[in-house]
Design a protein around this ligand. Structure first.
Ligand code: APR
Length: 246
């Protein structure tokens, strides 16, 4: 492993994941055929304006998805568990940045993890900004358990809002020696721009593991196309066996 690539002790592997890694666990993607945005529009349920105009509708959209997570209990698949294995067995840091708001990475044992678009099983107070674990339905009048004056919204990043922990993410992208993109269409920024940020550093290898070429496929040194439950474990095996030239 060449230190020059910084993938030894001094440079992390950064993995970006999207809805595709959770598809085989039974959770819908957004832009595939039959995806979430084919059934409901972003403007109706995933913007601050939508929440202002019709809070019941927005809360119901996330209540339905939260129930799917807490009642149907989808299981992490081999893609999630392979990334958790990589973090355990790799000699340097592995940071997973997920666009997903499900908890499948955690349940697979991933701990160095950033939910840049928030988390479905958390709620945030519109007054004091306290974030609380929340598995029940939310209604517009659901009160904040911390400040008693505010009401709770989904702790999810809507279109037009700033994703979480961007400074920490960009720091890792600039230091990383290997960037892996899994199960994302590469169509929503800032996540879609992460690969360019890595390439700007000029020394990291970029790899796409996706069912089919994403919008940014040409920007990756290597692409492996297939279901995450197959291509992610296979890539992790190759990486840990030293079969990937970094
Ligand atoms: N294995 C691997 N990849 C898959 C699989 C699978 N089994 N099934 C689908 N995919 C791929 C699709 O080919 C597609 O490229 O996953 C990608 C899913 O793309 P999107 O539905 O656009 O989801 P994502 O990229 O995560 O969306 C980004 O957009 O709407 C917002 O906040 C939302 O976080 C989401 C963001």
């Amino acid at each position: 492993m060449s230190e020059a690539h910084g993938t030894g002790a001094n440079g992390p592997i950064v993995v970006l994941t999207g809805a595709g890694i959770s598809k085989e666990s039974g959770l819908d993607t957004f832009r595939d055929k039959g995806g979430i945005w084919e059934k409901v529009s972003i403007e109706e349920v995933a913007t601050p304006e939508a929440f202002q105009a019709n809070p019941e509708r927005v809360q119901q959209f996330y209540n339905d998805r939260r129930r799917q997570l807490t009642q149907d209990r989808p299981e992490p698949n081999a893609g999630h568990t392979a990334l958790a294995r990589l973090a355990r067995e790799w000699p340097g840091e592995v940071l997973v940045v997920t666009q997903n708001i499900d908890d499948l990475h955690e349940r697979a044992g991933q701990d160095n993890l950033i939910h840049m678009h928030g988390e479905l099983r958390k709620a945030r107070c519109t007054d004091c900004a306290a974030v609380v674990a929340w598995d029940d339905d939310l209604a517009p009048a659901t009160g904040c358990p911390h400040c008693d004056t505010g009401t709770l919204r989904p702790h999810v990043v809507w279109f037009g809002e700033m994703p979480f922990q961007m400074e920490r993410i960009f720091d890792a992208l600039q230091r990383c020696g290997l960037f892996i993109s899994v199960g994302t269409s590469g169509s929503v920024y800032p996540a879609a721009g992460f690969v360019q940020e890595v390439l700007r550093g000029g020394r990291a290898r970029t790899v796409e593991l996706n069912l089919e070429p994403s919008d940014g496929s040409v920007l990756f040194h290597e692409s492996r196309h297939g279901p995450a439950s197959e291509v992610v474990p296979a890539f992790v095996d190759d990486l840990l066996a030293g079969r990937i030239e970094l």
